[in-house]
Write a protein that binds this ligand. Structure first.
Ligand SMILES: N[C@@H](CC(=O)c1ccccc1NC=O)C(=O)O
Length: 315
């Protein structure tokens, strides 16, 4: 399992204990063009201290224990931690907490950390753009924010020396903060205020509200995969379909996989649903001529309304 791979964690910054990445090497010597690193950004609404880089382990296990030959296209796995905002359910005593352990991040700290983590990984392993970047929930927001450049960095220029990925995979992603609050209720606003301040700041950080082109920063070889499960009790279908429309308007190669199974957090806890998405993404990258493909399932075999009962996250 992941324990059969060599694991190491290193820090890419010194302000916070959370400025670290975990790395599981598979075959990092071969730098063949056809091999990819698989890099994960966890979710937890920018604030949940219970979710960290190790939440990627079940997915790694599911990939390496499968018989699928996609394993031979993987150089290694990495999973990014980043500074978190305060969580009201897990208050910290500012007096008794060291600055390194104090969770008081505020936008753009989270996305700046993701850029720094990628730079550090690229310096160490020299994989350039040969990587697939997956993000779950708030991690999917962060992954797509890389394509938004200075808009998602409060006006600062993104680092010029960091290569963008060959593919971005958004899983159960948050793409429009205001839209989620409007559709699903004011509890969602509480998740976003701690990270971004009041709603006047939300459109700049919401990928679905990006007014420039998602294609302009990106090379010819590129792909966005949007994964979603109808059993997700926290993020609804319009969130994924809305993002898909924006990407397609910008002529981004987009693959929507809306028939995954599992609940919002159950998917990474299980690992197999995300492993399946990784397999499909690698196969898609390998297949020639990345033409725009749609694979959205139109089959509503789950009663979404039932799954929406008690839309409540665990505090
Ligand atoms: N467990 C989180 C909530 C959370 O992660 C979440 C809730 C609703 C919609 C998306 C969420 N996470 C995305 O990263 C918390 O307690 O803050």
């Amino acid at each position: 399992m992941a324990s059969s791979l060599s694991y190491a964690a290193f820090h890419y910054g010194s302000d916070s204990e959370l400025q670290r990445v975990g790395v599981w090497e598979v075959d990092t010597v071969a730098s063949e063009k056809s091999k990819y690193w698989i890099i994960y950004i966890h979710g937890g609404a920018w604030r949940d201290p219970r979710i960290d880089h190790k939440s990627f382990i079940p997915t790694i296990d599911a990939v390496i224990s499968s018989q699928d030959e996609c394993k031979s296209s993987i150089s290694g796995f990495a999973s990014v931690d980043y500074r978190l905002s305060p969580h009201p359910g897990f208050p910290q005593d500012p007096e008794g907490t060291t600055p390194r352990d104090y969770r008081n991040a505020f936008h753009p700290d989270h996305i700046k950390d993701v850029w720094s983590a990628l730079r550090s990984l690229q310096e160490r392993y020299a994989f350039g753009s040969n990587y697939v970047l997956l993000g779950h929930s708030a991690g999917a927001t962060l992954a797509l924010q890389l394509l938004m450049g200075s808009t998602a960095l409060k006006g600062s220029a993104p680092p010029a020396d960091v290569a963008l990925p060959a593919a971005i995979v958004g899983l159960e992603g948050i793409y429009d903060l205001q839209g989620l609050v409007d559709r699903l209720g004011p509890e969602y606003a509480a998740l976003f205020v701690g990270a971004f301040g009041d709603s006047s700041n939300w459109s700049d950080v919401s990928p679905m509200k990006f007014t420039k082109s998602f294609r302009s920063a990106w090379s010819e070889e590129h792909l966005v995969v949007l994964g979603w499960s109808p059993e997700d009790e926290l993020i609804d279908r319009p969130e994924i379909e809305g993002m898909q429309k924006v990407l397609e308007k910008d002529n981004v190669n987009t693959l929507a996989l809306t028939d995954l199974s599992g609940t919002h957090d159950g998917m990474w806890e299980d690992g197999r649903p995300f492993a399946q998405v990784i397999r499909k993404t690698l196969n898609h990258l390998k297949s020639s001529g990345l033409s725009i493909t749609r694979q959205s399932s139109q089959i509503f075999d789950n009663d979404e309304a039932n799954n929406r009962q008690g839309r409540q996250w665990r505090l």
